[in-house]
Each structure stands twice: as C-alpha cells, then as structure tokens.
Write a protein of this length. Structure first.
Length: 106
C-alpha cells in the first residue's frame, strides 16, 4: 500500500505578532507574518521540521494531497479554561496539538 501524501499549510508569526500573542492579543491581518506550503507523508517529522526551522509557527493545516480535503488543524499553543464555582473562566495552562498515531496512519 502506498503512503498517504499530505499537503500542509502553516502560519509563522512575525516578531511584532509574537509579542502581541504573549500578552493575549493577536493581529489577524498582519502583512509581515508568513505562510508556507509543503508536501509530506510523515506528519511527525514535519512537526519536528517546523519546530526547528520555523519556531514561531502558530498553526498548520493538513489536507489530503489528492482530494484537497482538510483533514486536521493543529495549534502550537493555546490556553485551556475551566469554569470555577462562580462561573468565572480560569486558565488551566497551555496545551499543544500534535498529530495522533491514528491520524498519521489513516
């Protein structure tokens, strides 16, 4: 069976947007942020490539190379919240999305 091929698009934040993200704000239509497109068959090695070559990446989307259907979207970091007894949202920390083994072998 042939390996599944993926088309990946990612966004890498510029330094000013990276500073804004640290304080909880983010500009949506920044012209300085860059996008990249790659083809890969191994999502985990692509994640390692992103971490080393583009450490400021914020998200990446995975598409099927032949059908161009979106399969998944991963975020570098995002905050998770729970509601306390008063109903106020409390941050529980940051999480990171990475591809699961099931998603890679589909």
């Amino acid at each position: 069976m042939a390996q599944k091929e993926y088309r990946v698009i990612f966004k890498c934040l510029c330094n000013s947007c990276l500073d804004l993200k640290k304080i909880g704000k983010l500009g949506i239509d920044c012209k300085s942020c860059t996008f990249g497109k790659y083809h890969t068959s191994d999502l985990l090695s692509f994640l390692h490539f992103l971490d080393t070559k583009f450490p400021n990446w914020t998200w990446w989307r995975v598409y099927d190379k032949t059908t161009r259907a979106e399969l998944a979207c991963y975020k570098n970091t995002y905050k998770t919240y729970i509601s306390d007894s008063t109903g106020k949202k409390v941050c529980t920390g940051t999480m990171r999305d990475i591809p699961s083994t099931k998603q890679i072998t589909q």
